[in-house]
Design a protein around this ligand. Structure first.
Ligand code: ZN
Length: 198
């Protein structure tokens, strides 16, 4: 038996696919959306379409951005000889919020995970090695302290070592398995300041 109109059922179904949205939340959101003034609902729908159609990956660091090159990579005031390697754009945002890091980033868009079948070729390592052909003083590995993050850090350090470029790893003040985006700024800065050579 259909409890709702097929339109609402469809909306509930789509919302329910989003991470962290269970059936109850999906229902609540769906009823909220259909009760919105029409123009507001359209603004929401347009924002989703615009974001999806216009967002791209920075051609240098690989983070999500609106332009060919992201604002960080395009900023001449940043230290382009210091590259922090992070797993995703959310981790980049976590470090940017501290407003203390002046280098640039490299976004891997993932981490090595033998369990999930994600190998070195599936993340943006080739692009990182290409960037290291230029003038780089230090690569700071800021992958998460999960098993995948540590595996990735070890792999990258072994890859870079022969180039003679300094490779450091953020300190392990970051809780094990902790996603960088959930860690407070003080802890992030302490992890950055306490980084050690690999
Ligand atoms: Zn960039």
């Amino acid at each position: 038996m259909e409890y709702y109109s097929s339109h609402i059922s469809k909306l509930i179904e789509e919302l329910g696919r989003l991470p962290g949205i269970g059936p109850k939340s999906a229902q609540r959101l769906a009823f909220h959306i259909v009760s919105l003034p029409k123009d507001q609902a359209v603004v929401l729908a347009d924002a989703i379409r615009d974001a999806r159609e216009n967002i791209r990956y920075c051609s240098v660091c690989g983070t999500l951005t609106d332009a060919e090159t992201c604002p960080i990579c395009a900023d001449p005031a940043r230290n382009h000889r210091q590259i922090m390697v992070v797993e995703n754009s959310r981790d980049l945002a976590a470090y940017e919020k501290t407003q203390k890091y002046e280098g640039v980033y490299h976004v891997l868009q993932g981490a090595i995970s033998p369990m999930l079948g994600i190998g070195p070729d599936d993340i943006r390592l080739k692009e990182l090695m290409q960037r290291l052909q230029g003038d780089v003083d230090e690569v700071i590995i800021a992958t998460n302290s999960s098993l995948e993050g540590e595996t990735t850090a070890m792999y990258i350090s072994r890859l870079i070592k022969p180039t003679g470029i300094l490779v450091t790893r953020i300190a392990s003040g970051v809780p094990v398995g902790g996603d960088l985006e959930y860690i407070d700024e003080v802890t992030l800065l302490r992890a950055l300041d306490g980084r050690t050579e690999l």
